[in-house]
Design a binder for this molecule. Structure first.
Ligand code: ATP
Length: 323
């Protein structure tokens, strides 16, 4: 076990305001060579957890063992063992990606020649070579984030923590990035991946932990977690008009909206009636098309977190289509 978190709580006290329970009695492990996805809405407590692992925030209760030693007793050691890509953009200013990545690799104690080779390979794999010598402030958000990713993994520690690494990144380079993350585990690192993107995480991680309002709602392999809804199906619908024009029938278990996409969950036994309902809405011009598929990790997430879509945490996703 690389990280062992036991009964961890963090309560922030605030002047003239009620305290915030950011982490509520969490017990969780990171196993050697795995990618653990940490999923949760804004404010779920993910950053607080990461900061405690790194010894930057002191737990209110509980402890975290990193490679067998308590972070509380040796916070610096945890930081030495972990390579981190923060959620916020790393301010590169006048530094080029080449300078920033090389500097970070050397700071982590690597030989210049090895770091340069690895950097070259990374820039090639992520297809960002053409910006290697461009000053940071002239780079797009996506290339800046990919540079921060390279800084974190050019000379990786035993533990790599990546906070929303795919934000702002195009679909093709996302794929390259996932390949690099997978290769990290093959070279002996274990990875914590903090993300909002459940669909992406489902494909890329070995296990997930779902955090909501400081509590750990579920942990395990995506396939195990999905078993809680494995007799359900999802119907994805492209709406042709505003959602308030659609009457939701009673066989729907839950639903959520994402732009013009309405997603419904339903029991297998409701499939015939659901198809009939969708077809009649097509005839009436209310929906463009629909598809039926097995439930995904996103459906479990929505169910566990009380019907709020992870992509749009402030939108109500049950009880009518008043969006
Ligand atoms: N220093 C602090 N003082 C008081 N409250 C805080 C502090 N840091 C975080 N919080 C609160 O703790 C809760 C968890 O915040 P945290 O940043 O850990 O969530 P998160 O899951 O990382 O969110 P996001 O995805 O938006 O980054 C939130 O309610 C937040 O407002």
């Amino acid at each position: 076990m690389v990280i062992d978190i036991q009964n961890l709580s963090k309560i922030y006290t605030r002047k003239k305001k009620p305290p915030v329970v950011a982490n509520d009695n969490l017990s969780l492990a990171l196993e050697e060579g795995e990618i653990l996805g940490l999923l949760g809405h804004n404010g779920a407590g993910k950053t607080t957890l990461v900061n405690q692992i790194l010894g930057l925030t002191k737990p209110t209760n509980g402890d975290i063992m990193v490679m067998g030693e308590s972070v509380m007793s040796d916070p610096k050691r945890a930081r030495q063992l972990c390579s981190v890509q923060p959620q916020s953009q790393v301010p590169l200013s006048f530094l080029t990606p080449e300078q920033a990545v090389l500097t970070m690799g050397k700071m982590r104690g690597g030989k210049e020649k090895d770091i340069k080779n690895r950097m070259k390979n990374l820039f090639q794999s992520l297809d960002i070579e053409e910006w290697a010598k461009t000053e940071g402030e002239k780079l797009s958000g996506g290339i800046q984030r990919l540079t921060a990713f390279c800084m974190a993994i050019v000379n990786p520690g035993k533990i790599v923590i990546l906070d929303e690494p795919t934000n702002d990144i195009d679909a093709v380079r996302r794929r390259y990035l996932w390949e690099e993350i997978r290769q990290l585990t093959q070279k002996g690192s274990s990875v914590i991946l903090v993300t909002h993107n459940v669909l992406e995480a489902e494909k890329a991680v070995d296990r997930v932990a779902i955090l909501h309002q400081g509590k750990l709602l579920a942990k395990g392999k995506p396939s195990e977690i999905k078993q809680t809804v494995n007799r359900q199906l999802r119907m994805e619908i492209n709406l042709a008009m505003e959602p308030e024009n659609i009457n939701l029938p009673s066989w729907i278990l839950s639903h959520h909206m994402d732009k013009e996409r309405l997603t419904l969950s339903l029991e297998q036994s409701s499939v015939p009636i659901a198809i009939e309902w969708a077809q009649s809405n097509i005839v009436e011009g209310k929906i463009n098309d629909y598809s039926l598929s097995p439930s995904s990790l996103e459906d479990v997430y929505v169910k566990l977190t009380g019907g709020r879509s992870i992509e749009e945490p402030n939108k109500l996703v049950s009880g009518g289509l008043s969006l």
